[in-house]
Ligand binder design. Structure first.
Ligand code: URA
Length: 231
């Protein structure tokens, strides 16, 4: 059970006072009866409508974005546009799960589920992140072995073992950690330089053809199911 004004806030990304105003204006119904009391309780099987449109209650929002270059992975930034500027969802607690650099493209998960956010970033969960990496110079077989085995990027410990394979002129590098600028620093440790970086997958989630750069969508049922172990 949840209060009607809270229900409206969650469904429509409204402030409590905006929700109360709509209710007072008699624009909200529960099971086709107009309700004017914001504290009225909504049960799981009730149908709530705003201006005749059925509202769908989702406790959390899960969004997958194909991040373009030029956007900062943050909620706000004083200098550059942020990934949140690309998202039409107004819910207040949405945050990106982890970070991509401003010039990195690719899959970014955005949610208001703090537990999932925490779990997917926890080193103990070993979440795979696969990157398409284009380098300034040729990557030798030795470099690939080196990247696979772990490299010294100037931290206390070398990077953990990773997967690395060629894909046309690029490499696909799958890491389980999320250190600062990790991929760029790993390639720098082999004397190379990353000129293009795109994240193709994040845990069980992968980019697909449905999203052009800058586009986003809510996760579908199968994708949500695949995140179960992090919930
Ligand atoms: N590693 C990087 O160097 N940059 C990213 O954006 C992600 C991983």
């Amino acid at each position: 059970m949840i209060r009607l004004d809270g229900y409206l806030c969650t469904c429509k990304g409204l402030t409590r006072s905006e929700a109360k105003k709509l209710i007072k204006e008699k624009r909200v119904s529960i099971n086709d009866s107009i309700v004017s009391d914001p504290s009225c309780k909504v049960n799981d099987d009730d149908t709530v409508k705003l201006d005749g449109e059925i509202l769908i209650f989702e406790e959390y929002v899960y969004i997958i974005l194909n991040k373009p270059s030029g956007y900062v992975t943050a909620r706000t930034d004083s200098k550059n546009p942020t990934v949140m500027d690309l998202i039409g969802e107004k819910r207040k607690d949405l945050s990106p799960v982890g970070r991509l650099d401003i010039d990195t493209e690719g899959i970014l998960l955005i949610t208001d589920n703090g537990k999932l956010n925490h779990n997917m970033l926890s080193p103990s969960k070993h979440v795979d992140k696969c990157y398409l990496v284009r380098c300034a110079h040729e990557v030798s077989d030795e470099d690939i072995d080196h990247l696979k085995n772990g490299v010294d990027i100037g931290d206390d410990k070398p990077t953990l073992p990773a997967k690395c394979e060629r894909s046309d002129d690029n490499i696909l590098l799958t890491i389980q950690e999320g250190r600062y600028h990790q991929v760029k620093r790993m390639l720098a440790a082999t004397g190379n330089e990353v000129v293009y970086l795109k994240r193709l997958s994040f845990g069980p989630l992968s980019l697909d053809d449905s999203l052009n750069l800058g586009e986003y969508r809510k996760l579908n049922k199968e994708e949500l199911e695949s995140l179960k172990e992090y919930l």
